[in-house]
Design a binder for this molecule. Structure first.
Ligand SMILES: Cc1cc2nc3c(=O)[nH]c(=O)nc-3n(C[C@H](O)[C@H](O)[C@H](O)COP(=O)(O)OP(=O)(O)OC[C@H]3O[C@@H](n4cnc5c(N)ncnc54)[C@H](O)[C@@H]3O)c2cc1C
Length: 383
């Protein structure tokens, strides 16, 4: 069979692959986007209903900058396509104990002109009486940040990339064998796809495609998400009364009631190691009990609120939470774009922009994203 030759084949149509394909197409590249199931399908890390976009990242300035850049690009995409997939709920970062992360975040928010307000504990209590702020000292509200409707936002980016000439092919790509320059990849059905460059944006599956190099460096963990019903006629848990929130000391985050789906609650701590292809998507009894207890403590009026929806997904962590965007150590024309580590979604546009530039030899490499910095044991520093 004769293979059609593309400039670039991007494998994986999650948020990283979708935006990489889009940026390559904007740079006049002939791109094929190859995806095993479909854009942001139910098992992909990008397949959730909603993802937070915030700019507070403590001292990790690069993520403040990228998130700021990405929000502009998301808004531009939605304005162009006429989709309403961003909710400007505001994002409230609740600091407990030491304030150093908060102070570093504020310095970077100032640097990039991100609008924010700082609340003392008494003000938090006054503005948000429906929340129990025990253990919280101060709150930092990013007024223009909020929530992306994730899987629909990826579908929107993929649709838009198709309009820019990207070809979408539903096929599973087989793991690579060794070599120096890759001429083509093969689908599970044996069909070759030829390209000048290959970007593997396979999220939590990266370790399966590159078991020797990435098997020990990408750590997929099980993450459960719960939605709680709000009382009838009660608007205290919807925007604008309640913003998106993160309790720093609890390592728990959530969102107000969007599209009447209920209050979203999830733990940011890493769950057990899982296989993204086979892990159960049913939430655990223990997880549900934990979430109900948390909601009863932090949102007392929702003490007996029923769980109305659940999701089970996976983070695709690197050793410290920095992304992995680098060239394969053996193949000169093969790239990795992954390691979103539970915070990657918002950055999709900036990841795509950076990856496209690197593939085309026009970018400056960011050391934090290199393969060399990815250890084989976990010690998370980026949140
Ligand atoms: C519960 C949860 C909450 C999160 N909350 C946030 C948040 O609030 N804010 C935020 O910014 N981020 C958040 N994240 C992180 C974010 O969702 C991820 O970092 C991001 O979606 C990763 O995207 P990706 O494109 O790298 O991977 P994925 O979305 O998993 O995409 C990879 C794609 O590659 C495809 N693929 C894999 N192998 C092959 C193959 N062999 N052939 C063809 N295709 C293949 C897969 O089918 C998949 O579609 C959260 C993640 C989870 C799980």
């Amino acid at each position: 069979m004769t293979a059609r030759t593309y400039d670039v084949a991007v494998i994986g149509a999650g948020v990283f692959g979708a935006w990489t394909a889009l940026h390559l197409a904007k740079r006049k590249q002939q791109v094929v986007l190859v995806e095993a199931y479909g854009p942001a399908h139910s098992r992909a890390s990008s397949g959730g209903e909603s993802r937070i976009i915030r700019m507070s990242y403590g001292a990790d300035e690069i993520y403040t900058r990228w998130s700021h850049n990405s929000l502009s690009q998301w808004k531009e995409l939605f304005a162009t396509t006429g989709e309403k997939l961003f909710h400007q709920t505001g994002v409230l970062w609740l600091s407990g104990g030491t304030d150093s992360t908060l102070k570093e975040s504020i310095a970077n928010l100032h640097r990039y002109g991100v609008n924010h307000k700082l609340f003392q504990r008494e003000e938090l209590q006054r503005f948000y009486p429906q929340v129990n702020f025990d253990g919280v000292s101060r709150g930092l509200l990013e007024t223009e940040s909020g929530v992306l409707l994730a899987r629909r936002a990826v579908a929107c980016a993929v649709d838009f990339s198709l309009r820019q000439g990207v070809q979408l092919q539903i096929a599973q790509i087989a793991p690579l064998l060794g070599g120096k320059k890759l001429e083509s990849i093969e689908t599970a059905g044996g069909e070759p796809i030829s390209a000048g460059n290959f970007v593997f944006a396979c999220g939590p599956w990266l370790g399966k495609l590159f078991p020797g190099i990435l098997g020990p460096r990408i750590f997929p963990t099980r993450q459960e998400v719960f939605f709680f019903a709000t009382p009838p006629g009660d608007t205290r848990f919807a925007p604008p009364a309640l913003p998106t929130w993160l309790f720093q000391a609890d390592e728990v985050y959530g969102m107000p009631d969007l599209e009447s789906r209920g209050l979203k609650v999830a733990r940011d701590t890493h769950g057990e190691p899982v296989d993204p292809g086979t892990q159960s998507r049913l939430a655990s009894v223990e997880g549900a009990a934990w979430a109900s207890n948390f909601v009863a403590r932090r949102f007392p009026a929702l003490k007996d609120a029923p769980i109305v929806e659940t999701r089970v997904c996976q983070y695709e962590n690197t050793s410290n939470g920095d992304f992995l965007i680098d060239r394969h150590p053996e193949f000169s024309n093969v790239w990795f774009a992954g390691g979103g580590s539970g915070h990657g979604f918002k950055h999709g546009p900036a990841v795509g922009e950076y990856t496209a530039a690197m593939v085309l030899g026009e970018g400056t490499a960011e050391p934090r994203f290199s393969l060399a910095t990815k250890a084989t044991h976990q010690k998370r520093t980026v949140h």
